[in-house]
Structure formats: structure tokens, C-alpha cells
Design a protein around this ligand. Structure first.
Ligand SMILES: Nc1nc2c(ncn2[C@@H]2O[C@H](COP(=O)(O)OP(=O)(O)O)[C@@H](O)[C@H]2O)c(=O)[nH]1
Ligand SMILES: [Mg+2]
Length: 360
């Protein structure tokens, strides 16, 4: 393990504003070299007992997506202010996959500092990320950043992405809860939902409630979700507006990862109306579903490992087959009937295990 990483991890896990620079440095390292994450964890495991709790991910990961200009950054700011009032001793993080996002409060983890005004609150960490240029993809880059936010003790992390393109769907897979932000006056928001955002949403938020046309958009949203549900379940079921209830199966089948009923909100991030109710709901969902999200995170890691195994096994099998073919090969034995396909498969596996070594 490199001494740089262990020094950085030690400094990042410490209390106080001194954690900011080393945390930012670790995030940059992981963006460029995602495979170094285990080094970070080995270093974190070496910290004193009191700090090793920091090995965990943040308690709650909230994805926030929607069209540019719908007010995601403003709303995130408002959510953070409310959280900070509720839990003054807890750290929060924001990952803004949109360098133009203006966040008003929070220490900025990174170099794109100029975009952020007033880096004031030492308990709020903001990392802005370009949506391109991450080795292994944006989702992997975001995961690395979230890990470091866990390391520096962030309780809740918000991940803001612009709601267009494949990266949203990927980033949504990283979050426990996905919030879709709509706003009046931005063209056909409902159309955007139909074009693939609906499936990934847990909370549907109509923002800019201070504008006269917001209530109508909220009505359209409710109608659309109701239709979507009826399509799915074949029966009439109400869209839950403010509490968890009822039969989860139809929505689950639509978006396999999700555990909750879709819900809708009418808020104004700019003026604050409805923000308290939204945070109330996020808090309630957090305490109800947190254990299941932990299990989901393990499932998704298991899935990643399984995919890596299949990739590696396929590569090694191909090598074995190639070298066998040079020396006659067992395919001809199978063809002549002296060896069964099952026997050939077993022999191939055994031989592959015996002759190959992991890379590196
Ligand atoms: N009227 C009104 N304007 C808002 C509200 N929230 C954000 N805005 C404005 O909408 C624009 C886009 O906001 P921003 O948070 O940057 O949107 P983002 O691109 O989705 O992150 C800015 O001019 C904000 O001032 C709101 O609640 N009401
Ligand atoms: Mg923004």
C-alpha cells in the first residue's frame, strides 16, 4: 500500500476542516485510478478503533435528477439547510455531476472551486464532477467519491445529475432513493418522464411551487403516475402521496431495485415551501428502509463480483482452449464420442485452474 494513500486517509478521517484537502486528493486519485479503492480501505482499516466506523458508506444516498434549470441545485441547498437544522452535528455531502451547479453552503472538495460561492459550512462537503473522463465510467467515479464521503463521516449524500442520457440511469443505481425534479416553464416535463426517467424515480418533485403553473404540472404528474400504475397492475390503485402503504408489487416489477411506492411533492426550493415535508419523508424512508438498502448494497456488490468472475473465467478458458487446440484438443475427442461434453467441461475447468494464474 502506498504511503501517500495511508497518509491521506489518516488526514481525511480526522475531525475538522483539515480533512477537506486530503479528502479531495483521495477523490481525485480514485477518479483517475478506481482500482486503488482497496488501498484506501486497507488504510482506513488501520485507523484507530474510533475511526474505523468510517469504513461504512453514508447512511443515506439520495440521487437528484431532472432537466437543467428545474432547480435541482437550489432544492438540494434547501434540503441541506433543513437537515443541518435537524442534525447540527452530522456531516453531509453533495456530489454534483454538473460543474455549473451553484451551491451556496459547504466546503468544496476539489478544484472546480470557482463555481461555488461562499464555501462556508464545514459540515457540508461539495464535490463537483465532470460527466466525462472517468476511467471505468461515471458511476464508478461517483462511487469512489461517495466512499470518501463515507470516510469523512457524511451521514447523507446527495448526488445531483442532469436528467438526460444513460449516465442518469447508472448513477441512479448508486443511490438508495432517486428524486426526479420537474418544474413548470421548461417545455414538456411529462414527456421527459415518459422517455425513461419515470422508471428510476422514487420521489417525484414538482419544484417552483411559487409559480402559478406548478399546480397544474403536479396534477399532470399525478395523472400520469396513476395511468402508469393501472397499466402495470391492471387495477385501480391510488398513487401514494405522503406515506408508504399498499401493494408494492407493481412498481417493484417496473424498477426491480426499488422498495417504495412512488410519491409526489409540490415544493419551492427557492422559497422553502414544502421542503420540510420532503425532508420528513426522506427521514422516514431512511429509518424504515435503511437496513434493506444495506442488504441491497451487498447484493449489488455481489453482482459486480460475479460479473468480474465471469469475465476473468472466460478470459482464462479462452487461453486454455487455445493452447489445447495447438495440441490436438478435446473437441475432437468429443466429436469421436470417446469423451462426453460434461467430462470435457470438467477437464477444461480443472486444467484452466491448474495452468492459469491471476493477472498482476
Ligand atoms: N421561481 C422559482 N425559481 C427557482 C426555484 N428554484 C430554483 N429556481 C431558479 O431556477 C433556475 C435554475 O436553478 P438551479 O438550481 O440552478 O437548477 P438546476 O439546473 O436543476 O440545478 C435558477 O434561476 C433558480 O433561481 C423556485 O423554487 N422558484
Ligand atoms: Mg444544478
Amino acid at each position: 500500500m502506498s504511503t501517500t494513500i495511508s497518509t491521506l486517509v489518516r488526514a481525511a478521517a480526522a475531525e475538522g476542516p483539515g480533512a477537506i484537502r486530503p479528502a479531495a486528493r483521495l477523490m481525485s486519485i480514485l477518479s483517475d485510478e478506481p482500482h486503488r479503492l482497496p488501498e484506501v480501505f486497507q488504510a482506513a482499516a488501520g485507523l484507530e478503533a474510533g475511526d474505523s466506523r468510517r469504513l461504512t458508506l453514508p447512511r443515506l444516498l439520495i440521487g437528484i435528477t431532472g432537466a437543467p434549470g428545474s432547480g435541482k441545485s437550489t432544492l438540494t441547498d434547501a434540503l441541506i439547510r433543513d437537515y443541518r437544522r435537524r442534525h447540527p452535528d452530522r456531516r453531509l455531502g453533495v456530489v454534483a455531476v454538473d460543474p455549473s451547479s451553484p451551491f451556496t453552503g459547504g466546503a468544496v472538495l476539489g478544484d472546480r472551486v470557482r463555481m461555488m460561492r461562499h464555501a462556508t459550512d464545514p459540515m457540508v462537503f461539495v464535490r463537483s464532477m465532470a460527466s466525462r473522463g472517468h476511467l471505468g465510467g461515471l458511476a464508478l467515479g461517483v462511487k469512489g467519491v461517495i466512499r470518501i464521503m463515507g470516510l469523512i463521516g457524511c451521514d447523507v449524500v446527495f448526488v445531483e445529475t442532469v436528467g438526460v442520457g444513460q449516465s442518469e440511469v447508472e448513477v441512479a443505481g448508486v443511490a438508495d432513493l432517486v428524486m426526479i425534479v420537474l418544474a413548470p416553464g421548461l417545455g414538456d416535463s411529462i414527456q421527459l418522464l415518459k422517455a425513461g426517467l419515470m422508471e428510476i424515480g422514487d420521489l417525484f418533485v414538482v419544484n417552483k411551487a411559487d409559480r402559478p403553473d406548478a399546480a397544474r404540472l403536479h396534477g399532470e404528474l399525478l395523472a400520469m403516475l396513476r395511468v402508469a400504475r393501472e397499466d402495470l397492475s391492471g387495477h385501480h390503485a391510488p398513487v401514494v402521496e405522503d406515506e408508504t402503504a399498499g401493494d408494492l408489487a407493481p412498481w417493484l416489477s417496473r424498477r426491480p431495485g426499488t422498495l417504495i411506492e412512488p410519491r409526489t411533492f409540490l415544493v419551492s426550493g427557492g422559497q422553502g415551501q414544502g421542503v420540510k415535508e420532503l425532508v420528513d419523508d426522506l427521514e422516514a424512508l431512511g429509518s424504515e428502509f435503511s437496513p434493506r438498502w444495506q442488504a441491497q448494497r451487498l447484493d449489488s456488490i455481489e453482482q459486480e463480483v460475479r460479473e468480474a468472475v465471469i469475465e476473468e473465467a472466460t478470459r482464462r478458458l479462452r487461453d486454455t482452449l487455445q493452447s489445447q487446440r495447438a495440441s490436438g484438443g478435446m473437441a475432437s475427442e468429443v466429436l469421436s464420442g470417446t469423451v462426453s461434453v460434461d467430462e470435457a467441461a470438467t477437464r477444461l475447468l480443472d486444467e484452466t485452474v491448474a495452468r492459469t494464474r491471476p493477472r498482476g
